[in-house]
Unconditional design. Structure first.
Length: 311
C-alpha cells in the first residue's frame, strides 16, 4: 500500500489556490505560518508520515522545515525530505501580488536554487525535483543541466520531476528517456492525479514499472473535492463510509497500484487527521467505478485550475 506524505504548499506562503484559506489560516504572518507548519510536522510524525515535500517557490517552507529539524530533539530517522527547484517565489508575502512565482528551468536557476536549498537543509535533502516539468521545458534537452543534476545524484540526492498541465504524461515519458552516461537521470515523479484528473495514470504505471518513486499530489484537486465544492457522487460515498470527502478522494489514490506516496496538502491539523484516514478507507470496486465517472477532459480540468484565485 502507498504511504501518506505531507506537502507544504499551503503553509509555506500566505497565498495559494486552495479554498477556505481565510478560515483555515486567519493569521498568515511568517511567525504564524511557521508555527502552523511545525504543528503539522509534529502531527505528521505521530501519524507515521515519513515523506515531507516542499519547494523553493513555497515561500519559506524550506526555512520552516530547517528550523523544525534543528529544534526537535527527536526526528524520525527514516524521515524522507524532498524539495523542488525551478520556480522562484515572487509574492513578497502579499495576498495580492501580481505574480506569486516565476518559472525558470535553466542551469543557472538550478545552480542558484540548489545553493539556496543546501544552505537551509544541508545533508537532510533526500530528493530534489524539477518543479512542474512540461514537454516544452528546456530541462528535458539541456545536457549541461543533466550533468549538474547527475553530479548532485552522485552526492546521494535522488533526482526527480514533478509534472503539471494537460500533458503530464508526455512530460513524464520524455523524462523516462533522459540518460547521463548511459543510465537514467531521473528516478521519481510527483504528478497530479485525482478522480477529476486521472489522465496521467498510464504513464505513472510505466514509471512505477521502471522503478521510479511515484508520488501523487493534489489528490483533493486544490479543494474541489472537499466541502461544498465536492461532487454529489463523492459526498454520497463519504456519507456511506462515514468519512470525509477528502478521505474518499485520497483513498482513490491509495488504491492505484502504481502509487508509492499520496500527499496531504493539509493546512490544519483537523484536515491532516482526516486525510490520514484515507489509507485504510475500504473503497469497493463499486466506489472506484463511481469515482472514475467524475473524470473531466484534461484540458478542461487544467483551465479550471488555472482560473482559481490565489487567496
Amino acid at each position: 500500500m502507498p504511504t501518506l506524505g505531507l506537502g507544504l504548499a499551503a503553509v509555506g506562503r500566505p497565498a495559494y489556490i486552495t479554498g477556505g484559506r481565510a478560515a483555515d489560516l486567519p493569521d498568515r504572518s511568517p511567525d504564524a505560518l511557521r508555527r502552523r507548519c511545525h504543528d503539522l510536522l509534529d502531527l505528521a510524525c505521530r501519524l507515521g508520515v515519513r515523506h515531507i515535500d516542499m519547494a523553493r517557490s513555497y515561500g519559506r517552507s524550506e526555512e520552516f522545515v530547517a528550523d523544525w529539524l534543528r529544534e526537535r530533539r527527536e526526528v524520525p530517522t527514516d524521515l524522507f525530505v524532498a524539495s523542488k527547484w525551478g520556480y522562484t517565489y515572487t509574492g513578497g508575502w502579499s495576498l495580492t501580488a501580481d505574480k506569486h512565482e516565476v518559472k525558470d528551468h535553466s542551469l543557472a536557476a538550478f545552480l542558484r536554487q540548489r545553493e539556496e536549498t543546501g544552505a537551509l537543509l544541508g545533508d537532510r535533502l533526500d530528493l530534489y525535483r524539477i518543479h512542474s516539468l512540461t514537454p516544452d521545458s528546456p530541462a528535458l534537452t539541456d545536457t549541461a543541466l543533466h550533468r549538474a543534476l547527475a553530479d548532485l545524484a552522485a552526492e546521494g540526492v535522488r533526482i526527480g520531476i514533478s509534472t503539471s498541465g494537460p500533458r503530464q504524461a508526455d512530460a513524464l515519458r520524455a523524462a523516462l528517456e533522459v540518460t547521463v552516461d548511459g543510465g537514467p537521470l531521473f528516478s521519481s515523479v510527483q504528478a497530479t492525479w485525482n478522480p477529476l484528473e486521472p489522465s496521467v495514470a498510464p504513464a505513472l504505471a510505466e514509471a512505477h514499472a521502471a522503478g521510479w518513486l511515484v508520488v501523487v499530489k493534489e489528490g483533493v484537486a486544490n479543494g474541489r473535492l472537499v466541502g461544498a465544492e465536492a461532487p454529489e457522487t463523492l459526498r454520497r460515498i463519504a456519507a456511506e463510509l462515514d468519512a470525509g470527502t477528502d478521505a474518499v478522494a485520497l483513498a482513490a489514490a491509495f488504491h492505484q497500484p502504481w502509487a508509492d506516496v499520496v500527499l496531504s496538502g493539509a493546512a490544519t491539523e483537523t484536515q491532516l487527521t482526516s486525510n490520514a484516514t484515507a489509507a485504510t478507507l475500504p473503497l469497493t470496486e463499486r466506489h472506484l467505478t463511481a469515482l472514475a465517472e467524475l473524470a473531466e477532459p484534461a484540458e478542461a480540468y487544467w483551465r479550471t485550475r488555472a482560473a482559481r484565485a490565489w487567496s
